[in-house]
Ligand binder design. Sequence first.
Ligand code: TXA
Ligand code: MG
Length: 304
Amino acid sequence: MKHALSIPEAVAVLRKGGAVGMPTETVYGLAADARRERAVARVFELKGRPNTNPLIVHVASVEVAEQYAVVDDRAPKLFAKFSPGPLTIVLPLRQGISSLVTAGLNTVGIRIPDHPLALELLRAFDGPLAAPSANRSNHVSPTTAEHVRRDFGDAVPVLDGGACRVGIESTVLTLAADRPTILRPGSVSRNAIEAIIGPVAVFAGHIASTTAAASPGQQERHYAPRSPAFRVDQATIKQIANRFAVLELPSDADEASRVFYARLRDLDSTLPPAILIAMPPDEPRWAALRDRIIRATRPYSDDR
Ligand code: TXA
Ligand code: MG
């Protein structure tokens, strides 16, 4: 067994333009220097991710965020309330970030992760780290260091920070649009954000409904296992469960989010003919996990 990667070793890799697996409270990130085109290009290459999809920039503090983004009067209030934490805020881009990170947009998504090792790494590196989830594109997101190793092997050294506490990706909120809009639901809820800055829209493509999108491209299939996975209502699952592999989830929404990706990976590793997941109730506290289930599955019969 190789020795565990240390912070100084991780910093050395990053300074050389390499990528490292970084634990965060949401999921593990594949981190690289957000200022360096070549370093960021390597992240896209490793993931096999199309470079039209922008990456999140991780920073250690609001002061660092202000170097790279135009921070208006709302962002500091949100950062004060939710950072460090699972909220990414999309803001007008100032300067200094590789255009690969932003996919050429004039905005940048910024977040301060709430994990001691991530913060230690960001401070020691003393710069912004672009980090998408540390999985191969379209594969299930990683919530342990071992998940990252399974996707990338020796190509990516990983800082082991244990199992992720939140388990699903951060809420992405744009403040760079006409009105504040949630682009991706996460554990920081719409209500919690509205309590700070007033009305917030939710991007339609991500709304937590189980109805298939009108056009296929609208609903990204993401986070998908190799076995076909279906979402079904609670009654159906009781009738057909014995013929499929059923992904069981705790009844508490936070707990269910924490274990979701790991259980999906575990079930998928046995390559069952099909995976079934009972949809949690259509309630605000389940919105983020419902979104991830919808992206990982296809509807089963008369889907609700
Ligand atoms: O929890 C997380 O956010 C994890 C951990 C590692 O921090 N990261 C993550 O990154 O999920 P990624 O690259 O897999 O997801 C980034 C999301 C995408 O939905 C992307 O479209 C959106 O953020 N995003 C990033 N920059 C954006 C921008 N400038 N405008 C609009 N959306 C943006
Ligand atoms: Mg991802």
